[in-house]
Write a protein that binds this ligand. Structure first.
Ligand SMILES: [Zn+2]
Ligand SMILES: [Zn+2]
Ligand SMILES: [Zn+2]
Ligand SMILES: [Zn+2]
Length: 310
């Protein structure tokens, strides 16, 4: 029995965050993309050994987007280099001398890149691996030390970090409900549930088995049907997430809906999980029926449990 077993007795209420959720989400996703791009350029100037190496390293930085260049690396007839993405962006005109770029590869630079060995850009987060230049990017996309995006939905948040950092951030900045224990009993309330098109409630974070889980609850339009959805995300990588299962139950008046699933990693964005419908989905009319009363207020009690499979 985990220390938080008694939490089942508590009834927790969540607060509606925003009825303008779609807009907020789109913005926050755009923002986190730009953060990723930014950190790419940070990685470029990271600690990379000797200064002569830094010189070569600088040569491999695209002058336009500042990212490291990968084949095909292009150059203009005057020798100015740039990456293939930017070649399209600048409509084939050299951003330095405005000469037409043509279709000239910079094979020498591609070969130089091939000879380089570089540390993973998440070295400062604990990854000590060194990679040939062209293998580095592939590794970094799956590096176990790469930071996670803040799992909080419904806000414009571009914070990234490891799990302890994000847990502290969720507590301090988003004031989320934090609970110890592997069972929960959570009440979601909303007056005027008919007005809710895209809404999200306060995130709840559970700490059990030495890990952290995020319980999401929200309203959205599934096709033409207004629905509510609850699902769990795991604060860690997918291979760890798969070691857990969870169940959610909602109901009243002798009726009950039960969902059993596997928490999704927070590497999968909140909207990706929602769009894959990987969670407990409650039709609005059904939710109002479960709420009892005059259908003017949403009052859902969701109970659940997390357990470890082994
Ligand atoms: Zn570029
Ligand atoms: Zn040029
Ligand atoms: Zn790494
Ligand atoms: Zn955040």
């Amino acid at each position: 029995m985990a220390p938080g077993g008694s939490i089942f007795k508590e009834v927790l209420e969540s607060h509606l965050l925003s009825s303008d959720y779609e807009t907020g989400k789109a913005k926050s996703e755009a923002k986190s993309n730009s953060t990723l791009t930014k950190s790419t350029s940070v990685g470029l100037n990271g600690k990379n050994g000797t200064s002569s190496k830094n010189g070569v390293h600088d040569l491999l930085g695209c002058p336009v987007c500042k990212n490291l260049m990968y084949p095909p690396i292009h150059q203009c007839p005057n020798g100015h280099t740039l990456c293939s993405n930017c070649k399209i962006e600048v409509h084939n005109l050299c951003p330095t001398c405005h000469h037409d770029l043509g279709n000239i590869r910079c094979l020498a630079l591609e070969k130089v890149a091939e000879s380089l060995e570089l540390p993973c850009r998440y070295q400062s987060l604990g990854c000590n691996d060194i990679f040939p230049y062209y293998a580095k990017l592939k590794h970094e996309q799956n590096c176990g030390f790469r930071p996670y995006n803040c799992p909080y939905a419904g806000s414009e948040c571009s914070v990234m970090g490891d799990i302890p950092t994000l847990v502290a951030h969720l507590k301090d900045e988003h004031k989320v409900d934090m609970h110890d224990g592997f069972t929960f009993n959570h009440r979601y309330v909303k007056t005027n549930p008919h007005e809710v098109e895209n809404a999200t409630w306060m995130l709840t974070v559970f700490n059990c088995y030495g890990r952290y889980f995020c319980l999401h609850f929200e309203a959205f339009q599934l096709g033409t049907a207004p629905v509510f959805m609850a699902f769990l995300r795991f604060m860690g990588d997918d291979n760890e997430a798969k070691k857990f299962s969870y169940s959610l139950e909602v109901g009243a008046n002798g009726r009950k809906l039960i969902w059993q699933g596997i928490p999704r990693t927070i590497r999968d964005s909140h909207s990706k999980v929602r769009d894959s419908q990987d969670g407990l989905i409650i039709q609005r009319n059904q939710a109002l029926y479960f709420s009892g009363g005059d259908k003017q207020e949403l009052k859902l009690r969701i109970t659940g449990r997390i357990w470890k499979e082994d």
